[in-house]
Design a protein around this ligand. Structure first.
Ligand SMILES: Nc1ncnc2c1ncn2[C@@H]1O[C@H](COP(=O)(O)OP(=O)(O)OP(=O)(O)O)[C@@H](O)[C@H]1O
Ligand SMILES: [Mg+2]
Length: 494
């Protein structure tokens, strides 16, 4: 027996090796070429091609790969071959012609004789009822006729091939989608999303740029809501690691044991509830960046473990002795005064120095001057679009009131303020009362005058009564006329 006959003699063996080969190929053209080659070799045919339907119109078939046939000539190919393909696709099942010259099912013509075709087969490609292509193969006198045993083999083969092609197409779509999403995430986290022109913020941006493509550990300090996470993301998504994972973990509220297993992973059975082996976040972030938020809150035990990671650049899953190398940039953040924590003995000094290779101080919003306005405008655009509303901007009073306010909650508070204002505002220009900034409790300790206090108090009661002057006058136990007069004087809209 020839080598080919040997292979066909054990179709199961042939099939399993085929599925192994084609299920590891995801590049669609390469996969199609391989499928065709295997089909030709296994049944000892010499010519063939694969037709695939187009994405937009499934009834439109075109040649994707061909062997020993000029693919450009296929559309005008012999009447016979075309009628085999048409019939197989219409029937949705494999058709084999063992003796084309006498086969009444297909249109024969002189081309069979000319091309010396002595056997042909067409295998439609389909998954359930969806048909998306066909494999055509034929054989000429030099190779001889097909044997009847090939039929079950070809049926199974067509099925395998269809699945492999479907997988590759799906993989291809996911790859394209994945690339698109990655780009969207990267765009959303680039420098253009960091609003502000103040000197303080420009300094931050400069530092970020200068450490982008180093592996140096970065500590981001600043009050809550100042944009620490935003900066951590910018650090990652503008670096060469952008394509690798960015993993953020909020260390603040997690119990020690959970935090340990989150960071380092565990072996199955390492503790009650460890049902499976689990990778830790350091491993998940391999090649990329891990962002540990609220680092000032971690326990002494986690501090010791983290110090080891930073020194050795390796981790060990809980309950495992195996050591795993990690290549991950570590970025941490806290709104605590870490130096103070070190002094108080709550934070290891050696760890502090490891984390603090580069430090970035996020300035509080009240120190960023005019940035408040830029940010407010930025958030106004964003939330107005989201709420499908249009505004012309802020009234002068609203701008003044934002500049005068000291923003204890920083950018996050400003963001929330604008979001709420957009929902409440009734006029084209946002007014101070849309912003509802509470100026009474100035944290900076500047004493307010009695007049200021009176004004703010009246404003507050007016808000509480939804701008209703009559109600407000009642609550304040003043006349409506007095209230009207004051509101005019203070230019408070109602
Ligand atoms: N300069 C900026 N430009 C645009 N948006 C900003 C800026 N700074 C902060 N933000 C936005 O403000 C919000 C708060 O920022 P972020 O979460 O980064 O602050 P944080 O310092 O991590 O706060 P916390 O300490 O509360 O965790 C986010 O929605 C962020 O996108
Ligand atoms: Mg944060």
């Amino acid at each position: 027996m020839s080598e080919e006959l040997n292979e066909i003699a054990d179709p199961l063996y042939a099939l399993s090796s085929i599925s192994e080969t084609i299920n590891t190929l995801y590049e669609i053209d390469e996969l199609l070429a391989r499928i065709l080659a295997i089909a030709l070799k296994t049944v000892n045919a010499e010519r063939g091609f694969i037709l695939m339907s187009s994405e937009d119109d499934p009834s439109q078939l075109s040649v994707r790969v061909a062997h020993n046939i000029d693919s450009k000539a296929i559309p005008a190919m012999a009447t016979f071959s075309r009628s085999v393909v048409d019939a197989a696709i219409a029937a949705g099942e494999t058709l084999i012609s063992y003796n084309p010259i006498d086969d009444s099912r297909f249109q024969t013509s002189m081309s069979i004789v000319d091309q010396k075709i002595v056997a042909a087969a067409c295998l439609p490609l389909r998954i359930k009822t969806r048909r998306f292509g066909a494999i055509y193969i034929d054989s000429t006198e030099t190779r001889g006729k097909f044997r009847p045993e090939i039929e079950p083999f070809l049926n199974a083969f067509a099925h395998q091939a269809a699945i492999a092609i479907e997988n590759a197409q799906m993989y291809d779509r996911l790859r394209v989608e994945n690339r698109r999403l990655r780009k969207a995430v990267a765009d959303a986290n680039d420098f253009s999303g960091i609003i502000g022109k103040s000197k303080a913020l420009r300094q931050v941006q400069e530092t970020v740029r200068s450490v982008l493509d180093t592996d140096a550990t970065v500590l981001i300090l600043g009050e809550s809501g100042t944009g620490k996470e935003l900066i951590a993301r910018a650090l990652h998504y503008n670096s060469q690691k952008a394509e690798k994972p960015f993993i953020a973990l909020f260390c603040g509220s997690l119990p020690e044991s959970l935090l340990e297993s989150e960071l380092f992973g565990h072996k199955q059975g390492a503790f009650t509830g460890a049902l499976h082996d689990k990778k830790g976040l350091f491993e998940e972030a391999q090649g990329g960046t891990i962002f540990l938020d609220e680092i000032g809150d971690i326990s002494p035990k986690i501090q010791a473990l983290l110090l080891r990671v930073l020194q050795e650049r390796e981790i060990r899953r809980i309950g495992e002795s195996q050591i795993r190398k990690i290549d991950v940039r570590v970025v941490t953040a806290t709104n605590k005064d870490l130096q103070e924590e070190v002094k108080a003995g709550r934070f290891r000094e050696d760890l502090y120095y490891r984390l603090n290779v580069i430090s970035i101080h996020m300035p509080p919003l009240r120190e960023r001057g005019h940035d408040v306005i830029l940010l407010a405008q930025h958030f106004l655009d964003r939330f107005a679009q989201k709420a499908n509303r249009q505004f012309l901007g802020f009234s002068q009073e609203a701008l003044d009131s934002m500049l005068a306010y000291d923003w204890p909650g920083n950018v996050r508070e400003l963001e929330n303020t604008i979001e709420r204002a957009v929902l409440l505002a009734k006029r084209d220009y946002l007014q101070p009362d849309d912003l509802r900034l509470d100026h009474v409790d100035r944290a900076n300790g500047t004493p307010m005058t009695l007049r200021d206090f009176e004004r703010h108090f009246v404003e507050k009661i007016l808000h509480q009564n939804d701008g209703n002057v009559t109600e407000t006058a009642k609550v304040l136990d003043v006349s409506r006329r007095w209230l009207h007069y004051r509101l005019k004087e203070w230019q408070i809209e109602f």
